[in-house]
Design a protein around this ligand. Sequence first.
Ligand code: AFP
Length: 337
Amino acid sequence: MTVHSAPRATLASHLIAEIDAGRIGQGLATVILAIAATTQRIAAAVGKGGMIDILGSAGQENVQGEVQKKLDVISNQMMIDGLSATGHLRALASEEMDDLLPLPERSEASDEQYLALFDPLDGSTNIDINAPIGTIFSVLKAPMGALSNASFLQAGRQQVTAGYALYGPATQFVLSTGKGVQAFTLSRENGEYVLTAELTISADTGEYAINASNQRFWESPVQRYIAECQAGSTGPRERDFNMRWTGSMVGDVHRVLSRGGVFLYPRDTKQPPKAGRLRLMYEANPMAMLVEQAGGMATDALTPLLDLVPTGLHQRVPVVLGSRNEVERIVRYHAES
Ligand code: AFP
């Protein structure tokens, strides 16, 4: 029997449909395609694993004092190379760079001008063990006039698009341009991202993700929430919960977007000057846009992440995101304390 199925949309055909519907401009589509093409190159490098000299430490630190892996440095350069010539980006900011990188003005540049931010390789401790890693990105409108780091300090609600590539068993490109969340899977046969799912987050869940080794540093509302989950069917929640942690935000948020759940990297007392572990501009904001677009909630436990006004390019924030009913409960526990 021959089964005929309709051809699936590709990332390119999806973006053309969005342009035709008047939801995005050609400039934004060009930027998204440039990001997607770069993630394919990063996926190819990641896929070579130990066969070429890309694993291990680069022997230098980034602006946050973290030791960079070789693949952090390689993928950061690939993002710069891939995004420099779109004609629609005025500057880039990266978790791996101290300050913005202004891009040369192009004489034929259109009015549609943007800023791109990215974490080129999220979850870099997973690189050497062949576990999930990813690239997270966010796009903002570029202001007119001279640019500085402050040009990027726009609330997450101003993002015109956000997404990530997940380098797992399959490479996936997950995107929101403000109308839902689409997941594309990289076809290894023809090198195209093919639309494979519209992602929505269920309001209820029985799964949470948190680095439990930090338990002694958590504040009381988080202690309470996790203790109740752990008590399971014999505790106040009267049902059992499951716990998962990949060590890569891309991997953990992808699970939440795919089958519900709640992800927490809360404020803790481990390193007091830091408000949290995750970076607002490169991790929290893009993921918050995706989660809200998929029907979930994303907060620092007091304020929706997308409403925070950034104070610095490398600012860190507490993050609680995922299934609405669980996130609301955690916010309530914070309010009650
Ligand atoms: P790196 O990319 O710097 O390794 O950080 C990954 C990350 O910011 C985020 O992706 C994870 O959720 C979190 O760190 C993992 O942190 P732990 O080290 O506490 O597991």
